[in-house]
Design a binder for this molecule. Structure first.
Ligand code: SF4
Length: 178
């Protein structure tokens, strides 16, 4: 089975990859995250994922688009449903690349995070897969989240402090103190 795995960062990729490999599948990683801002943060997460792919000897396909301007154009000022649209943007791109490159299935490391809307991610994965006639490889990776984070810390991977967009950065550093 050829699986294209959308990867948001190294800490989330660690346990997803371990779980997928335990099923005898060697995933190909895919980087497409124009939702991560500012640029220094984007680069830190990308460099960390590249290091992980290298350590694991995994192929990494990159669609390296730093997307602050396009993200703001598309999502501001209506930021209410931004996460759903953000998942869709990334999964649409993933499935389109998977279809073009002859993969039989696709998935995302977003499925490991207890902080994301898991149900919506699954729904969007299935919807976008149906559009391209590709199976969405669904697994609830959430029970592996803490283990993956701890392993990432031990291995010295960059650990982000907020989800990705500048709105989530504001919520992390100002919102929590309100
Ligand atoms: S909070 Fe995270 S998932 Fe939601 S829009 Fe921002 S980067 Fe995307």
């Amino acid at each position: 089975m050829k699986l294209l795995l959308h990867t948001c960062c190294a800490p989330c990729a660690i346990s997803c990859v371990k779980s997928i490999k335990s099923e005898g599948i060697e995933p190909v990683l895919f980087w497409y995250n124009p939702n991560i801002h500012p640029y220094i943060e984007y680069k830190a997460r990308f460099d960390s994922l590249s290091k992980f792919a290298n350590n694991e000897n995994l192929k990494l396909i990159t669609q390296n688009e730093y997307g602050l301007k396009s993200f703001l154009n598309d999502f501001h000022p209506n930021t209410k449903n931004r996460c759903e649209n953000c998942y869709r943007m990334r999964l649409e791109k993933t499935v389109s690349i998977a279809a073009r490159e002859g993969f039989s299935t696709f998935s995302t490391t977003l499925l490991i995070s207890p902080y994301q809307d898991h149900k919506i991610i699954k729904q969007i994965g299935e919807e976008t897969g149906a559009k391209y006639d590709l199976q969405f490889f669904y697994t609830d990776f959430r029970p592996l989240f803490r283990e993956g984070q701890s392993s990432a810390r031990t291995s010295g991977f960059y650990m982000q402090k907020y989800c990705g967009c500048i709105f989530s950065e504001e919520e992390r550093y100002i919102g929590e103190h309100k």
